[in-house]
Design a protein around this ligand. Structure first.
Ligand code: 15L
Length: 268
């Protein structure tokens, strides 16, 4: 049976804010968790993932967890260690102790960000391409994927690790034309990841059905995900404004884009 009560970590963040609107229509009752207050949600749990007591209460009785919490950009290693690496460990420990059977983990394209950019539309990058993190941030996402693998093998907790591309209402760069995940498709993908049977630990890329796709969506489709959106209608205007991706520019010829050269940094 489909999980119904879902703990959403990182509910106050960019993706969390989009998903707490878009997931309930699929039939989920969300319990919200964030270190910051969630606007308009007085019942949300305001705590850090390091607060294991708050986490223990938050996971109690949930059917599944969508784990979005964490620093979403580059930051000093100590901060990534606490928020993303230790935070994800605490999350999985709480899930294990409470008997939660399914996690959807927000991994990132930056776990493999130094992978050379293939031809537009080739869909050439498979999920088992070697990890090539482009930042400590991307490194922490690889850690989360391996932690998910360990907790599946050791404890039977299933995870879908979603290497999300760029989930924003619209693509805002030429690179994003290839990796854009529309918010509506993100909700479709999370729903598929929450409901597909027998996922063990499955890694998928998270994007819409973009004409210029760089990676292989087949493992996502195998969960029952059928993307409905394509960034192509935005292509002409973005390319006219920014120019095409330049193969000689190191910030352009890797999957992770500018994260490989001058990563955006988390300001907090
Ligand atoms: C990410 O992992 C970031 O969290 C997000 O803010 C975007 O920058 C995205 O990657 C991207 O690669 O565009």
């Amino acid at each position: 049976t489909a999980p119904r009560t879902v703990l959403l970590t990182g509910a106050a963040g960019g993706l969390g804010t989009l998903m707490r609107e878009l997931l309930p229509p699929y039939g989920y009752r969300l319990r919200l968790f964030d270190q910051r207050p969630v606007e308009g949600a007085p019942d949300a749990v305001t705590a850090e993932l390091a607060d294991t007591e708050a986490l223990r209460e938050a996971v109690h009785g949930v059917d599944a967890i969508v784990h979005l919490a964490g620093i979403p950009l580059e930051a000093p290693f100590e901060k990534i260690l606490r928020a993303n690496i230790e935070g994800t460990y605490h999350l999985y420990e709480a899930a294990r102790a409470a008997g939660v059977r399914r996690v959807v983990f927000a991994s990132s394209n930056h776990a493999v960000g130094f992978t050379p950019r293939p031809a537009d539309g080739s869909g050439a990058i498979p999920v088992d391409t070697p990890r090539r993190p482009d930042t400590y941030y991307g490194l922490s996402k690889g850690f989360g994927e391996d932690l998910a693998s360990l907790y599946w093998d050791l404890h039977g907790i299933e995870t879908v690790s979603v290497r999300i591309g760029s989930c924003f209402p619209e693509p805002t760069s030429v690179r994003m034309l290839s990796i854009w995940l529309s918010p509506a498709d993100c909700a479709r993908l999370l729903d598929a990841a929450l409901t597909a049977p027998g996922v063990g630990h499955t890694v998928v890329y998270g994007s819409s059905a973009n004409t210029r796709l760089w990676w292989d969506l087949s493992t996502a489709r195998a969960l029952g995900y059928t993307p409905q959106d394509d960034s192509e209608p935005y292509a002409a205007e973005l390319i006219a404004a920014q120019g095409p991706l330049d193969p000689g520019n190191p910030a352009h010829d890797r999957l992770g884009g500018a994260f490989c050269t001058d990563p955006p940094r988390w300001p907090h």
